[in-house]
Design a protein around this ligand. Sequence first.
Ligand code: GAL
Length: 399
Amino acid sequence: MRKFLAVPLAAVAFLSFAATITRAQEVAQTPPMGWNSWNYFASKVDDKGVRAAADEIVSTGMKDAGYIYVNIDDTWQGKRDENGVLHANEKFPDMKALADYVHSKGLKLGIYSGPGNLTCAKYAGSLGHEEQDAKTYAEWGIDYLKYDLCSFREDTMAKQAPDDKAAQMKLMHAAYEKMGKALKATGRPIVYSLCQYGWDAVWEWAPALGGNLWRTTGDIQANWNSMYTILSQQEGLQSYAGPGHWNDPDMLEVGNGRLNIHENRSHFSMWAMLAAPLLAGNDLPNMKPEVKEILTNKDVIAIDQDKLGKQASRIYSEGEVDVWERDLAGGAKAIAVLNAGSDRVATHPFHLSLEKLGLHGPQKGKDLWSGKDLTLTDNMPIELASHDILLVRIGANGQ
Ligand code: GAL
């Protein structure tokens, strides 16, 4: 009798384990979209600010445009109690109530931690409490975790394997794997975002650990050089992106710092070309209309969210102009012509080569910023303001 029962029970356990895995993998089938507190608010994030961001995401139409995750970054953590359970600090009086509020708006809530003792801003990390923290997040109703390496380098990697880079990297993999498993074990679908600045070719091993996205570089800043440097570093990574697992060139700086309108447009267009997560990082309650217009351009968002999930490649550069191309579902394509130069026109007049793009004959399409129809022809002159972009969708769905 005992034996008879054991088999079905094992089968049930296996099936529910398999269902858990499937659920976890189903998240982020397109690049996650939402908002994160860090780029603008940094340590000034609090419950009120997160609720205001959620309200704005709805009232500005961002939710309808696809922005769903409202992500609290560093500095929310308080102290662990006598059982090791982590509580939020006084800026977040009731995390579960906050999650309920965000969910009531049809949005999802994200949170931040790291594998070390301390996060980058020196708040409590998850070292030694991984399962416990994952359970706490699930109990609160958290839907997304950004897990940032920070002090794990000193706490563990440097201490346990001084001068042994390979051993340090193994420790890092194990730490990310541990949290990946802990999240899965909660049974709650939680997007898992790795943040370790692209070390050790993270794109090669993150998906196997349950990673849905991984930062490919150091931190972005709200200026052209930072954005353009990060953009250039995405070349060669395109084969690693796809449904459920994405390269993350960092959160958006659209509307922040010194980026002008052209630069904001180019930044947003190129993140869409890269199939990057679109996590706005600006002050939503004080967003300028032109910034809102950029962040809610549905045609550009459709490029990012295209279900094929194919990241763009830089096909060629001429002078200071870069030409990128991305394949889209249904045989369509997106083409971006970016003037990375600091002068009004590039170093010499730019003419688009369709041949270099593997295209033959005139290509009917749509200019996604003017909203107008546009036909690309071979050798056509394209004049762009400094740091501006032409983003065109051609082919099946673009006609
Ligand atoms: C950095 C991370 C940033 C932000 C910050 C918080 O390591 O790259 O995106 O999360 O930590 O302290």
